[in-house]
Ligand binder design. Structure first.
Ligand SMILES: CC(=O)SCCNC(=O)CCNC(=O)[C@H](O)C(C)(C)COP(=O)(O)OP(=O)(O)OC[C@H]1O[C@@H](n2cnc3c(N)ncnc32)[C@H](O)[C@@H]1OP(=O)(O)O
Ligand SMILES: O=C([O-])CC(=O)C(=O)O
Length: 379
């Protein structure tokens, strides 16, 4: 095994083909089914993009009407799921609550194929926001607010969280973030879902694994970590010194760097514009100065660019969401990409099972135990 090439972290390994998206390192660009993501985020609703990701095409008017009707009808949680949410310890992180809820929904699904279809993907997309919103209200000592079928996906989420819907500018910024977060090739959580699917396990198990992978701060958990970091630094004048100290201590600066993009994340300019609009609406000039100061320091010290989690974290903060909701919101969006990959993996499956190069002790004989046995016998 001495001359075996090791691809630590599977970096640079092409594991399969996909027709869902391209994450192009050469041009730092991202397309969903061929469409540039920034154009989708500027012009399309999240519902339209979900349909695109799953089926390969943007919906026509009839398809959109039928799909939104199904999504709106599928939002409500039944009493047993709401009871389950009440029983999860209040100290649990909302990602743990979400993972538990998906496990429960899977255990409760009587379908024989255990979620191996588009209908399950749609149902999960419809229900996840209800879980996230109900859990938020529980943590604030409030009862859940039932979904409103007259509202679109993004508006309804605000309604279920806060009992009111903000102006269209805020909803549009939120919706853009959902479009940007929806899909990103073989990232760690999607790959986890594909690994589980490749064993012919069920879709709920695959999504549960994906949620576990997304939670980590090197992946989706970074959008929360960004906000914790900005809160810890406090003001723009402390940013440089803070970054220097963190880098000297070998800390990772959250929201910077990317495994695929080397010259900047294709989604950041669009999300940055949404953040600027939110900051203007909320009068958050100080936060934007701090944001820019950390970005400057990282470019200067490490030559590293922000990834999507860097603008998304503070944008969610300015929309009124508390920090532990940021990664669950990512799940509400990425469920579309995950389920598209689950279906794609199922349609042309091969068990995912890489090799490893052994690095432990050489082959050796198990020592005889006679002396110990006789020692025990003679006691
Ligand atoms: C939506 C998303 O999931 S996007 C990713 C969100 N995650 C984050 O923002 C967490 C912070 N970023 C990171 O930890 C990394 O950039 C990752 C995990 C995203 C990508 O990591 P990798 O591709 O494995 O890069 P790798 O670990 O090889 O880093 C290369 C070098 O850059 C450094 N580096 C990379 N990112 C950072 C960072 N954010 N802060 C400090 N140093 C960094 C590494 O320490 C390493 O330096 P070294 O060679 O001196 O050891
Ligand atoms: O692609 C990745 O490795 C991480 C990422 O940006 C995403 O999943 O959106």
């Amino acid at each position: 095994m001495a001359d075996t090439a090791i691809h630590k972290g599977l970096a640079g390994v092409v594991a399969d083909t996909t027709a869902i998206s391209t994450v192009d390192a050469a041009t730092d660009s991202l397309t969903y089914r061929g469409y540039p993501v920034q154009d989708l985020a500027e012009t399309r609703t999240f519902e339209e993009v979900a349909h695109l990701i799953w089926t390969g095409d943007l919906p026509d008017r009839e398809q959109l009407t039928a799909f939104t009707a199904r999504e709106r009808a599928g939002r409500a949680l039944d009493r047993s799921t709401l009871d389950l949410l009440r029983r999860v310890p209040e100290s649990a992180h909302p990602m743990d609550v979400l993972r538990t809820a998906i496990s429960y929904l899977g255990a409760d699904d009587p379908a024989e194929d255990r979620g191996a279809d588009l209908a399950t993907a749609e149902r999960l997309m419809a229900r996840l926001p209800s879980v996230v919103a109900a859990d938020r209200r529980r943590r604030h000592g409030l009862d859940p607010i039932p979904p409103d079928p007259s509202l679109g996906f993004a508006e309804n989420f605000f309604h279920m969280c806060f009992g009111e819907v903000p102006g269209p500018g805020v909803v549009r910024c939120f919706e853009a973030s959902l479009v940007l977060y929806a899909e990103h090739g073989f990232n760690a959580s999607t790959f986890a879902a594909r690994v589980v699917t490749s064993t012919r396990s069920d879709a709920y198990s695959a999504v549960t694994a994906a949620i576990g992978a997304l939670k980590g701060p090197l992946h989706g958990g970074a959008n929360e970590a960004v906000m914790h970091m900005l809160n810890e630094i406090g003001t723009a004048d402390r940013a440089e010194e803070w970054v220097d100290r963190a880098l000297a201590g070998k800390r990772r600066i959250m929201g910077f760097g990317h495994r695929v993009y080397r010259n900047g994340d294709s989604r950041v300019p669009t999300m940055h514009r949404a953040l600027v609009r939110m900051a203007e609406a909320r009068g958050a000039g100080d936060l934007m100065e701090l944001y820019a100061a950390v970005e400057r320091a990282m470019a200067d010290r490490k030559g590293l660019h922000p990834n999507l989690d860097y603008p998304a974290g503070p944008a969610y903060h300015l929309m009124g969401f508390d920090v532990p909701m940021f990664t669950p919101i990512f799940v509400m969006s990425r469920i579309t990409g995950w389920t598209a990959h689950i279906l794609e993996q199922q349609a042309a499956n091969a068990l995912i099972r890489p090799l490893s190069a052994y690095s432990g002790p050489p082959h050796r004989a198990v020592p005889a135990q006679r002396s110990q046995v006789s020692a025990v016998a003679n006691r």
